[in-house]
Design a protein around this ligand. Sequence first.
Ligand code: AGP
Length: 608
Amino acid sequence: MCGIVGYIGTKQAAPIILDGLSKLEYRGYDSAGMAIYDGEKINIQKSVGRLKVLEELTHAGATMPGFAGIGHTRWATHGIPNDVNSHPHFNAQATISVVHNGIIENYIALKNKLIKKGYQFVSDTDTEVVAQLLDYYYKGNPMEAITKVLHRVEGSYALGIMFAEYPDQLFAVRKDSPLVVGKSEDGCFIASDVPAILKYTRTVYYAENQEVIQLFADRLQFYTVDEEPIEKEPVTIEWDAEAAEKAGYEHFMLKEMYEQPKTVTDTLMPRLKNNDIVIDELQMRDEELAAVKKIHIVACGSAYHAGVTGKYVLEGIARIPVEVDLASEFRYRNPILEEGAMVIVISQSGETADTLAALRESKARGFKVLGIVNVVGSSIAREADSIMYTWAGPEIAVATTKAYSAQLIALYLLAMKFAKVRKTVSEEEFNALIFDLKRLPEQIELLLSNKEKIQKFANRYIGAKDIFFIGRGIDYAISLEGSLKLKEISYIHSEAYAAGELKHGTISLIEEGTLVTAVSTQPDLYQKSISNMVEVKARGAFILAVTNVGNTEIEKAADYVVYIPQTNQYFANSLAIIPLQLFGYYVAVGKGCDVDKPRNLAKSVTVE
Ligand code: AGP
């Protein structure tokens, strides 16, 4: 997720763009840049590092005079954060410049075609391909070049575009990435999100997919991708600036929970090609995958919980032995890594000290390490032998939600890739898994729409002392994450237990009214789960059950049931975790906790 801003009007553009970018740093902050038309040419300044670096480089925009320009704050997806990969990108003569938020999925094919036509590239980004493709189609008519490019690129994009031969205009276009357009008496604006321009105007237009916008200093014109003019109604923004950064959500955590359908889609879809799993970034041939005899998954916190799910999924679907370790344990227990072992480290930040140490320990012993990471160019991303990015965009809330959901998707894809190579699933079973994978985003959406019911239930427990989560198999992994979500933001003591283990001691803690959340998404364990519920109910527990639609028998034992849509049993975590995230969130909100920045915690634990 990146942030783009553009301005054309009667004021100096650079300071306005820098100010707008500063309101979008939550969308990405590993590098930034601007392109400003200075009266003769397009002047481009860009650098790796936070926006502050660009502000200092341009003396707050003073070294880039001009009344029209575009700017960008980057969250790297293709190409590590460095000066060259920063936006804006441009053609060889720097007469066309582009800033982009999104992912051009077919950029490699387009790049190869352009190279064959003599184009040279300086960066590793997908965006530079757009700049060069515009150059290829530009014969003096910007709209014609833009619409031709839109018919060639696939993927998601919000683009800001400048043509040196048209200094009195900016262009913008979007597909699947957000883009707002604004107008004030001093000029016209584009931005990835409202906070960037709220200081200048509250009158905005939300660009729809495949609309092209032509901006002049005093007017806007919207077109379809076939260059037909269209009229659009403006919207007046009532939010204040801070609320706008959260897109109207009360907390980043809630906003990020609601981004999960898109996060899952963004992580999943580029790796589903012709109903098959394609994970080029693995850099492993099928024979190498087939030769893997055991997988060690190593991580911390929620990433570890995703890893526990990964164990059940990889062993269940691909029948490959998996060992899961807490990174802080792995690095000191002198682990036994045998020939044919593969290590997978999972980390949202890519900077967690224990996980990085586990990666280094594994590599020092000569084992290949795959990193499942969200932050491009992070330490783990740089040191792993291969990387599967989760493409969740920047996650601001300390309590992870969307990155966790994306980690699950990466693990499902890996399991299916291994299963295909090891032939442990039939063609029919494989296709059924693909079908269920594709439905997850809409099912997550449906569960998120259920938030009022969860909020009402959560309000009954803001005074709770102890809350337990129990489950068997994958339901135990779900319980681990549900418990952590609750306790790390509400400060209520909570424990997750393998349901069959409770009777070996911890059940002594169950008192009258203790809330026990029983997760039961595995059909072959339904009865066992009900027995465990009866056990704790007999000791006074109040039972919240999370189970699949249709498992109504559970109502005999549970006091309150949340149903999740039917999906493959191995993907249940992606759905069951949604009500548990909402539960933890609303308990914390009800207690007045600082949900996005819980006490004692950091977003990335870069120390031991
Ligand atoms: C989860 O909500 C916590 N923020 C924490 O457990 C986190 O998952 C853990 O510190 C690992 O972080 P990483 O994914 O960045 O390595």
